[in-house]
Structure formats: structure tokens, C-alpha cells
Design a protein. Sequence first.
Length: 70
Amino acid sequence: MSGRVQVTTAGDVAEAEEVQEILRNAGIDATIEQAADDDAVTVLVPEAELESAQEAIEALTEPDDIIAEP
């Protein structure tokens, strides 16, 4: 089984949960992880689903929404 990789970084937990919901609605298992020394929250997906996750995020978010690439 492959590990999880970062698909994006959100500015806070609420934003990360929105991204997580987008991914789950697309059938992609996503988890969030708070960095110990940072306010940012990382969204993780299975490595095999990274490209699909990136496409789902791009398709379902507004261009003005700032979501950092890993």
C-alpha cells in the first residue's frame, strides 16, 4: 500500500475541511494534518490518487480561492 502525499495546504482548519469535503465527494479519501510549528493545515491523499485529487480541487474551486500547491 502506498503512503499519503500532500495535495495542498490550507490556511486554516475550516479551509482544509472544505477541500477534504470536495475530495470525498469526488470519491477520494482525504485526511488533514495540522503542522506543529505552523498555522497551515495540510491535506493528504493516497499517492495513487494525487493527480485525480489535484484535478478535483481545480474543477470544484473558484479561481480566486487561494489554495497553495505543495
